[in-house]
Design a binder for this molecule. Structure first.
Ligand code: SF4
Length: 293
């Protein structure tokens, strides 16, 4: 068996648990979101094709028969089309009949590519992008320093969809605390309704380095939400969605309630589960902060 090591820490979406992982970039090119500590220990780097070629060949032997490849790290889709295309060609050469390639992306990484480049990338097998939009609320996007607006987010995602690339979108429950909860829920539902992604998931705000560390980076007044208030925010959000066949999951380690279904078909059922949880959860209970995974 060939030997291989990754540049740690390494993250991948839960749905990529059985995928071969190729680190086309290291770290995150943005690395400035107030709530995110995933890559703060890493300096962003684009890896050279000549270094990736032997790795792709080795990984194709380790993950023999793998159906999916995930390009790491934080937003490998930041790579220009001229950098990305040879990597995808190399993956196709060594992995053979691969089902799909995926990566994390920021909306600006999509907008920086032309329609033709995106279609070319799609034809080479990159079929899904994981995008943490976090919220659809412009004030909150600014306060968390996301580097995107609701409009750039919609434009980027619809551009990917137009090229045949599907998206899996993440929203963070509790992102702005009590002061921004209503606008976060309302505007996040509005943006999701505009983009109608293939997959949608909600995570709960985690503070692996503690609340003070987060507050120092959050540019607004942050008042934490209790578990009941988190459920209420999520209930408002789901209640306002109007979607066509979106696969929804809220089953991240950070979530206090495991939810899954298809929106809007299962909307009433999801809202009932949240309403029950609101009644059954003790008042004044606050979430612990699990390590972000
Ligand atoms: S949330 Fe995403 S874009 Fe923001 S710093 Fe973390 S990895 Fe980078």
């Amino acid at each position: 068996m060939p030997y291989f090591t990754y540049d740690e820490p390494l993250f991948r979406p839960p749905a990529e648990a059985n995928s071969a992982i190729i680190q086309a970039t290291l770290g995150c090119s943005w690395n400035r979101c107030a709530f995110c500590e995933m890559y703060t220990s890493k300096k962003f780097k684009v890896r050279k094709l000549e270094d990736l070629k032997p790795e792709i060949e080795t990984l194709s032997k380790i993950y023999l028969g793998a159906k999916k490849v995930f390009l790491a790290d934080g937003n490998a889709f930041v790579l220009s089309a001229s950098n990305l295309i040879p990597i995808l060609e190399e993956i196709n050469k060594h992995f053979g009949r691969i089902q799909r390639v995926s990566s994390y992306a920021l909306p600006k990484d999509i907008l920086s590519k032309s329609d033709d480049e995106l279609k070319n990338i799609r034809d080479l097998g990159l079929k899904i992008l994981y995008i943490g939009i976090e919220t659809g609320d412009d004030e909150l996007l600014r306060l968390i320093n996301k580097g995107e607006t609701s409009q750039s987010t919609v434009d980027g995602i619809l551009k990917a969809h137009n090229a045949g690339i599907e998206t899996s979108i993440m929203i963070i429950n509790g992102l702005g605390g009590k002061g921004y909860s209503d606008q976060h829920a309302v505007n996040s539902a509005k943006i999701i309704n505009r983009i109608n992604p293939k997959f949608l998931s909600t995570l709960t705000l985690s503070m692996p380095f503690g609340e003070k560390h987060f507050i120092d980076r959050f540019q607004g007044k942050y008042i934490p939400l209790s578990v009941i208030e988190l459920f209420e925010e999520l209930k408002t959000f789901i209640g306002l969605t109007d979607l066509n066949n979106v696969i929804y999951r809220s089953n991240h380690v950070s979530n206090n309630l495991n939810l899954q279904g298809t929106l809007s078909k299962d909307k009433v059922n999801l809202i009932e589960q949240l309403a029950r949880a609101i009644i059954e959860t003790p008042k004044g209970l606050y979430p612990s902060s699990p390590l972000m995974l």
